[in-house]
Structure formats: C-alpha cells, structure tokens
Design a protein around this ligand. Structure first.
Ligand SMILES: Cc1cc2nc3c(=O)[nH]c(=O)nc-3n(C[C@H](O)[C@H](O)[C@H](O)COP(=O)(O)O)c2cc1C
Length: 192
C-alpha cells in the first residue's frame, strides 16, 4: 500500500507540470452552513504534506464562519490532464500566524488590498461601490506592503479519508480509498 499523502503529492505535481492544466491549484472546499446544507467553493490549494492540506482565506468569510461552527470539511478536485478525481474529508484547523504571514507575503498586491479592505462574503451596495473602494485602497497603498489583517489566514485540513479515482473512459474507474484509524491508513479498492 502507498501512503495516500505521497500519492496526492505525486498526482498533484504531475497535474501541475502538465501545461493543459490552467488553474494549477483550484480545489473545491465544502463546508456545512448554518442551515446544515453542504456548500462548496473553489480555493487555491497551497500545500499537501503529512501535516495536512492547506488553503488560505478570510476567517470571517462564509466558509470561515462555517468552519468555526463545524470544522468538518470536504475537498474535491478533478485534475483533468492526469485524469484523477481526488476526494477527501477531514477536520480543518487554523494555521499559525507566522505561516499565515508567509502566505500573505506570497500574494500579489491586489489580492492583499482586497483582503485588507473588503469583508469577504458580506453583501455590498453595488459592483460600482466595490470598484471604488478598491481604487481608493490601491491609491492609498500603491506598492507599499499591506499588513496582514488578523482575520486573514489559512486552514490545514487533516484528512480522515482520501479517495483517488483514476478516470477511465469505459467508466471502469479505478477507485482507491484510504481511511485513517489512529495513525494507520486502511486501504480499500471500491467498485466503480
Ligand atoms: C480558481 C479559484 C480560486 C480561488 N481561491 C480562493 C482562495 O484561495 N481563497 C479564498 O478565500 N477564495 C478563493 N476563491 C474564491 C472562492 O471561491 C469564494 O468565492 C470566496 O472564498 C468566498 O467564499 P465563501 O463566501 O463561501 O466564504 C477562489 C475562486 C476560484 C474560482
């Protein structure tokens, strides 16, 4: 049996190195909302390691509020050039502030300005109001480093189950499911 985290790292790296994959790190994160509905949106996958699977976001966004209420999340990706669907669920934990700083610094200036000046997921008066807010903030900061707001950071998803599906045109997909019990991964092939 292979380690599922190493498998994920290999598959993602093969997908990323393929020029046909345009959004190299888009992955759907599903949370459970206040009404109990699952709700998914894409985020940028930052890192896959034995410590977990990392993405960044605003902590006061809808997903942030969902995770604060219920840290159980799912992640789903379809990496077309390598024909793999990845599907996992686990528990999300906030990353520490020094790691959040590192990712904040790696973002481009407009992303930093937007995260610092807007309240992700809250209603806005109009598209025009958003654009004006952005223009004013750009004029204020220009190329100066915008400090990371305390409510921006990241989450590490500690997976409890990971399924790798190798897509087959015949639909005889090859599904490998890894479930964690304690520190041990249990391996099971699933019918397509
Ligand atoms: C390809 C792609 C990548 C995205 N990456 C992120 C990301 O890394 N972090 C983030 O907060 N939102 C990201 N977004 C925006 C989210 O999909 C979403 O609109 C936003 O986070 C608000 O979601 P929420 O209201 O459920 O919290 C991305 C969207 C797309 C299409």
């Amino acid at each position: 049996m292979y380690d599922p985290i190493e498998r994920l790292q290999t598959i993602w790296s093969q997908a990323k190195n393929n020029p046909l994959l345009q959004q190299k790190s888009a992955v759907c994160v599903s949370t459970i909302n206040a009404e109990g509905f699952p709700d998914g949106r894409f985020v940028d996958l930052k890192e896959i390691s034995q410590a977990g699977i990392l993405f960044c976001s605003g902590y006061d966004s809808q997903k942030g509020r969902d995770i604060a209420r219920n840290p159980k999340v799912a992640m789903t990706a379809w990496w077309e050039p390598v024909e793999y669907q990845v599907r996992l669920f686990g528990v999300a934990e906030k990353i520490d502030s020094s790691l959040a700083d590192k990712y904040w610094q790696s973002r481009h200036q407009s992303a930093r300005i937007i995260s610092a000046h807007m309240q992700q997921s809250l209603p806005a008066d109009s598209l025009q109001a958003i654009q004006e807010n952005f223009k004013n903030a750009q004029a204020q900061w220009q190329e100066k480093m915008v400090p990371r707001p305390a409510n921006w950071g990241g989450y590490r998803v500690i997976p409890q189950q990971i399924e790798l599906l190798r897509f087959e045109a015949s639909r005889l997909h090859y599904r490998e499911c890894f479930t964690k019990t304690g520190s041990q991964w249990h391996y099971q092939v699933l019918q397509p």
